[in-house]
Design a protein around this ligand. Sequence first.
Ligand code: CTP
Length: 370
Amino acid sequence: MAAVSIEDLGGALQRAYPELEAVRAAAGEIPVYLVGGAVRDLLLGQPRGDIDLVVVGDAAALAGKLGAETIEHERFATAKVRLGEHEVDLATARTERYERPGALPDIEPAASIDDDLGRRDFTINAMALALAREPRLIDPHGGRADLAAGQLRVLHPGSFADDPTRALRAARYAARFGFGLDPGTEALLRSTDLSTVSSDRREAELLRLADEENALRGLELLDAWGLVPLQPGRLELARRVDELLQDPPWSGVVDRAPALLAAVRTAPGESERPLAPPRHPSEGVELARGRQPLDLLLARARGAAWLDRYLNEWCKVALEIDGDDLIAAGVPQGPALGRGLTEALHRKLDGEIDSRDEELAAALAAARRA
Ligand code: CTP
């Protein structure tokens, strides 16, 4: 699987991130490393935009030396700088200790890069590349071999208990890279208790999964692993939602990731009841208007094909007249105004009237009706 050989790593690093030479020079004797997903993706031959660096020393001080704009976060001793076209996260090497399962960890500065790598989720994310004249891969947990084998493996048996969001991350990586699980990791994964993590953190990680191109595979895996069980038919519904969002008129109507999660979470019953086709466009508009775009999309995915016409045509139909025209014609302020305009719109939608004069006549007739 690894596309870049060890011999070519230095060259690959230089080609992907020429601006890191400035970091190496600024760091001098202080050890700095490219870490985590950035190393994994470099080895895969798919370098990415955001770069994570770890400093065995003061990350904020190094950021300062680089002269770029920095944002510091005290608790984690991190800094973010912009270098060339890349955003670079600089973090002080740290260890993590979990007081109880699912809690945020207590953090201490780490004495070495190995200690920092040892706190990480999967071997493929626990590699570092020393930013030296001769860049050197640091791979104490066999991440490169797992990358080549296409498998996810945790560093220690307590990993998912410490941080159960890692189980959700496993689905994300498995879906993204088409990786399997090493048998020990699979057993641990299947017995992970997600309830020890706050729902906010769980939700954030699920949204990251749903944002993957291969999100549905990830959700399918979570179901198969017994971690996020899905009701029958929900994956198919999410698949239809995903397809609909690719093309007009549904593309851009809602954000994809939350829509996919909403699709797999629709309650029983709710998902079997499509919005019945209207007899007239005006009836369709009454049915659809006032519903959230997400509800309309889910209804469309459940089979209400007429909603395509609602979005393409009906919801765009507007009157040429407005309330002022009715007031000018003697209609008093009040419910009669709305009644008149609604009636005129319905008749226009249903093709019964067309011109401005006809709109006005229809609206006035309805407004004057007791
Ligand atoms: N990490 C971890 N446990 C977590 C979250 C993150 O060990 N629960 C570590 C991993 O080493 C990961 C790094 O922190 O590579 C950065 O986390 P994140 O930005 O979430 O992952 P990346 O690998 O950088 O990005 P992506 O997963 O999207 O490729």
